[in-house]
Design a protein around this ligand. Sequence first.
Ligand SMILES: [Fe+2]
Length: 362
Amino acid sequence: MVADAIKVHWEDGTVSSYSWFWLRDHAKDPISFDSRSQQRELFTAMVDPDITPIHVEKSRDGDSVLVSWPDLHEPVLYSADFFFEFMQPENRLNSWKKTVWDAQSISEDDYSMDWSQFLQDDGLQQLMTRVTSNGFALVKSCPTNFDTIAHISGQIGYVRHTIFGGMWEFEANEGMSDSAYTPKELRPHTDGTYSHDAPGLQLLMCCHYDAEGGDSIMVDGLKIAQCLEEDSPESFELLKSIPIKGRYSGDGVELIAQRPVFKTDDNGEILQVSFNNYDRAPFRLEDGLMKKFYHALRAYEVLANSPNLQWRHVLAPGEMLVFDNWRVMHGRGAFTGKRKMAGCYLNREDTESCARKLGLMY
Ligand SMILES: [Fe+2]
């Protein structure tokens, strides 16, 4: 009887099984796979569901297996590395290493760097290591012009265009619909809750500061999640499951999207934190559930607005925050005077691509 799979016995005693069909689907011969574009050429749906190889041969050193398939002229090589990569059946997206922090645990070395450091050969690595680990970086002594933002965003990926344009600058501006344009306190929030694909990264640079107050606020959304899970598990569960509508209405658009505060994968790992009470659109649940939701919202906001969890710093001209909008909430204290900021958004997948290329994903 023909076996229905290749079984690999690993040194630690575990056994992995790879079915024939899966192996045929993952063949990297020139007919089935374009190695230049890394795209599958095989029309998988047309492969015989019961396909079995004609011949299977292990190399002498045990480093690879040659499989001859009935629909291919040449045998296909499968390396030990390939088997190792798919040792466990799993289907999750890679992530980067994160250090959860609060006001007490974070130190300047964790997040701070200089523009001159960014210009060094490993500058991008230094920046992205800080951003992925803590969710934000502070780049000091930047030239206060758009070229700086274009340079950093261009190294990471490319600028995302939204209702605010590509690269933007703003000071207190009562003409815009968004709360970010006022001098009032801006409580911690994430941007783009009204977007199905919220901006992944935000660059925010202070260009001019002749004011009192206006300190920037960063809060680690993962720390909020940790605290909630410990102190208020029922609220944590609700915030993982109830989709909240976000809305941007004005400036010629009517944008609406929805997702829970904590978006998780099948393993319960948090993929995205989103919350913006300013942009929260009306929705109504059954009264009992609505009450529980408001209780959870209150627990969340108490943490987000707690000095114990907030990093606060008045940005001086030439200081730029680069932060993960899928993890860190940002805000700003009230201010009087003149404060001019510039920045841009980047997409999440481009940010991830940059981290992946730098070897920061696992
Ligand atoms: Fe914002």
